[in-house]
Structure formats: structure tokens, C-alpha cells
Design a protein around this ligand. Structure first.
Ligand SMILES: [Zn+2]
Length: 287
């Protein structure tokens, strides 16, 4: 890749989980994440927090060769696994959390995996680490796809203030749960005090309050990963050549995933039982 277009990568957690337990690939094996970052480093990418990428975008500075690594939801591996990998790779990351869900079981994975969201103290530990920026993901993962401007503003402002009270610092980055945002959301995000808001899926563009992100999949091979980083994947996703690459490489990757799933299930059996909490309200789908 010669142009090195800017890229914001959207992850959730880093864990080796059987595909049958995680069909939407919320969890990516830690070694895959490391491989993604190393590929980008070989291409000459530099890594910045989301707030710095937004600052440069708003200032009209070049974003070429910049990557923002983002993690949604704040699963517990973000405090147990991610800090060591960021140190090893010498890169920063931005974690988007829901202050109303801290410590709950991860809502979109089977309970037997024992994966939960960071609790308050764990979030404070991560926030004290300069490698991390903490952003808001609404109070309780409220979906904003149909929100009016007042609804979106109230949710975005209250979750920002709640996090700022908890962390004792400014929160300026926001991630739309499931990447969904109504036309009223971008102006509401600006009014609520953010400097950027990120989406996911095929949504968004390079404007501060509906920024596009690419979601690396646990089964992405190098070709698909490069297409995503280059922004090519979203343009040609359904064209024949990409379908061919996916169809040819997927069986091999599925076999590799199946081989590792036995180990994952073994690890899951050893994991502590999930802590019990009342079912969270107003939860959307994954992502
Ligand atoms: Zn989410």
C-alpha cells in the first residue's frame, strides 16, 4: 500500500473463543491483534489516540499513515490482556465504555465463557495508564439509530459527565453502539462536548461525528485485512474477486479456528463463574 490512508480499527475483546460461541466475531485472538498492528507498522503507520486523530482532522492536518486502535464495550481483557500487548507493540488505544454497565457479564457472549465487562476499579486502572484514552459508549449501550437530537444529546452528555466524574478527566470521544446513529446524532455529539464520534459497519465517512471504522474479523486473512485497511473492502465487498478470496481462504481459517476452539473451551471451563447481576436494560445487539 503506497497511499497509507488513515484507518480507525474497531475491536471489542481479545480472547480465543469458539466461533459457535461468538458468531459475530466480537472476540479476536490476542495474537491476531498483534499481527494486525505489526502489519500496519511494517507499512509505516503511526498510532494515535482517537482524540488526537480527531484533533488533526478538525485542524485540517494530514491524516495519512495514521491509525487509531479502538475497543468497544470494555471487556475485562481490556485490562488483563491489552495493556501488556500495547506495551509490547508500543502503541496507544482508545476504549469506549458504558458507565452504567461496569462489572456486568459481557451481554453478547454466552455466560459459560465467563467474560465480563471491566468493573469500576479496573476501569480506573486502565484510565491511569497513559497508553489508554477512555471514551463513552452511552450509559447502557443505548442504540441511537432512531434518536431525536434531544434524546441523543441527553444520552451522550449524561454518559460523558458520568465518566468524567468517575475518571476525573475530560472525555471527548464517543462510539455509537452497534455503529448506529440517526441524522440528529452528529450535531448532538458536537453539542454534548465531544470532538469525534465513531461508527462501524459500512456506515460513516471522514467527518468528525460519524467517522468510519473497519472491524478486523477473527478469521481475516492478510488479504482481507489489507483490503479493509485500505478502505477497499467496503467498496468491493460483494464483488466477485473478494468473494473468491473469502471463499478460498475461509475453509483453511475455519479449520484453524476449530483446532483452537478445543483449547478455548478448555480455558473456558477453567474460567471463574460469571458474577451475577440483574439483566441490563435497553441493550442493543452486539457491536
Ligand atoms: Zn458496543
Amino acid at each position: 500500500m503506497i497511499r497509507r490512508p488513515p484507518v480507525i480499527l474497531a475491536y471489542h475483546g481479545l480472547a480465543r473463543v469458539a466461533r459457535t460461541d461468538d458468531p459475530t466475531s466480537l472476540m479476536v485472538p490476542p495474537e491476531e491483534f498483534v499481527a494486525h498492528v505489526r502489519r500496519l507498522k511494517r507499512l509505516g503507520y503511526r498510532f494515535v489516540h482517537q482524540r488526537e486523530l480527531a484533533r488533526r482532522l478538525t485542524a485540517g492536518e494530514s491524516l495519512a499513515g495514521l491509525c487509531s486502535l479502538t475497543f468497544d464495550d470494555g471487556s475485562v481483557d481490556n485490562v488483563e490482556v491489552l495493556p501488556g500487548l500495547l506495551d509490547e507493540l508500543d502503541v496507544p488505544a482508545t476504549v469506549f465504555v458504558c458507565p452504567g454497565l461496569l462489572g456486568r457479564p459481557y451481554p453478547w457472549l454466552p455466560g459459560h465463557l465467563g467474560i465480563r465487562l471491566m468493573d469500576r476499579d479496573e476501569l480506573l486502572t486502565v484510565a491511569a495508564n497513559p497508553r489508554f484514552e477512555i471514551g463513552s459508549h452511552t450509559n447502557e449501550h443505548m442504540l441511537l439509530g432512531d434518536a431525536t437530537e434531544e434524546e441523543a444529546y441527553a444520552e451522550m452528555r449524561s454518559s460523558r459527565e458520568r465518566l468524567e466524574d468517575l475518571l476525573g478527566r475530560e472525555v471527548v470521544s464517543f462510539a455509537y453502539p452497534k455503529g448506529l446513529y440517526s441524522p440528529a446524532c452528529p450535531p448532538a455529539a458536537r453539542r454534548a462536548g465531544y470532538t469525534s464520534a465513531v461508527t462501524t459497519g459500512m456506515r460513516g465517512h471522514w467527518r468528525p461525528f460519524a467517522l468510519q471504522r473497519e472491524s478486523p474479523d477473527a478469521l481475516d486473512g492478510p488479504v482481507t485485512f489489507y483490503l479493509k485497511v485500505g478502505g477497499v473492502f467496503r467498496r468491493v465487498r460483494d464483488r466477485a474477486v473478494v468473494r473468491l478470496v473469502r471463499d478460498v481462504t475461509r475453509p483453511v481459517r475455519h479449520r484453524a479456528a476449530r483446532a483452537s476452539s478445543a483449547a478455548a473451551q478448555h480455558d473456558a471451563r477453567l474460567a471463574p463463574a460469571p458474577r451475577r447481576y440483574p439483566a441490563p436494560n435497553r441493550l442493543g445487539d452486539p457491536r
